[in-house]
Design a protein around this ligand. Structure first.
Ligand code: ADP
Ligand code: ADP
Length: 237
């Protein structure tokens, strides 16, 4: 469970991007954070795994005060909180499976990962994750031979390899065509249901969000102006 109490974020230049945000997100929710460009969506989502430090208030995840985590604790914490970006952050000149297995690299001696010697059980797990996002047949293809939607699914499969409890996605469908964007939103939904992962997505495309998620958080100028189900959003945001 994620809890934000009176969370504020002021950037070093003095600009306050989040004002007094109060939210509770339960395990297993599929949430869209919507709002105009510059509203603070990205800032909000990035505080959850502390890519961005909050300036005031309190943020806890499963009772842990996120601001208090030291380097080692923070690394461990972030394994539970996967993150997906608009740009997929893949190594495009290598195979899909190698990218997915890269999530396991911290567990491996460096020379094994360089030689691509991944344990068989990790490879099976990677294939299972790729299957869950519908691209197991592309496992041994180079990433640069895939479409944008397929690449986003590789990023999703890589995130799943860490068995996260929470998956944060910062504009994951912004660069995709409408049909592919629907499919990727479906993939998030399936992962949310089948793995009970809390999924939180930043998305500026409101109609698309409403077709997939069960809860919407609307942000305007750094304030939460809507928090509820998909009905009633259009009046509020
Ligand atoms: P969104 O994701 O909704 O587009 P962001 O969270 O990226 O919004 O940004 C919210 C506001 O904070 C914007 O006005 C943006 O310019 C500002 N902002 C974002 N990052 C920084 C930063 N590092 N320093 C100063 N201002 C920032
Ligand atoms: P978004 O696509 O979420 O709107 P931007 O493209 O505006 O984000 O911002 C990209 C990067 O620049 C982010 O890391 C953000 O924190 C930073 N940034 C955004 N606005 C500002 C700003 N006014 N001053 C400094 N950094 C900023």
């Amino acid at each position: 469970m994620i809890e934000m109490r009176h969370v504020q974020k002021t950037y070093p230049n003095g600009f306050t991007a989040l004002h007094d945000v109060n939210l509770t997100i339960d395990q297993g929710e599929y949430v869209a954070v919507i709002g105009l460009s510059g509203a603070g969506k990205s800032t909000l989502i990035r505080t959850i795994n502390r890519m961005i430090d909050i300036s005031d208030g309190k943020l806890t995840v499963d009772g842990t005060d996120v601001s208090s985590l030291s380097g080692k604790e923070l690394r461990r914490f972030r394994r539970n909180v996967g993150m997906i970006f608009q740009s997929f952050n893949l190594v495009t000149r290598t195979k899909v499976i190698t990218n997915v297995l890269a999530a396991k690299v911290p567990d491996l001696p460096w020379w094994r990962s360089i030689l691509g010697l991944f344990p068989k059980e990790d490879e099976m797990e990677a294939l299972k994750a790729l299957d869950q996002v519908g691209i197991a047949n592309k496992a041994y293809t180079r990433v640069d031979q895939l479409s944008g939607g397929q690449q986003q699914r590789v990023a999703l499969a890589r995130a799943l390899m860490q068995n996260p409890k929470i998956l944060l996605a910062d504009e994951p469908v912004a660069s995709l065509d409408p049909v592919t964007a629907e499919q990727v939103m479906d993939d998030f939904g399936r992962i949310n249901r089948e793995r009970n992962i809390t999924v939180i997505i930043n998305i500026h495309h409101v109609d698309l969000a409403l077709r997939h998620v069960s809860r919407v958080i609307g942000i305007r100028a750094g304030e939460v102006v809507y928090d509820g189900g998909v009905d009633g959003v259009n009046d509020a945001v």
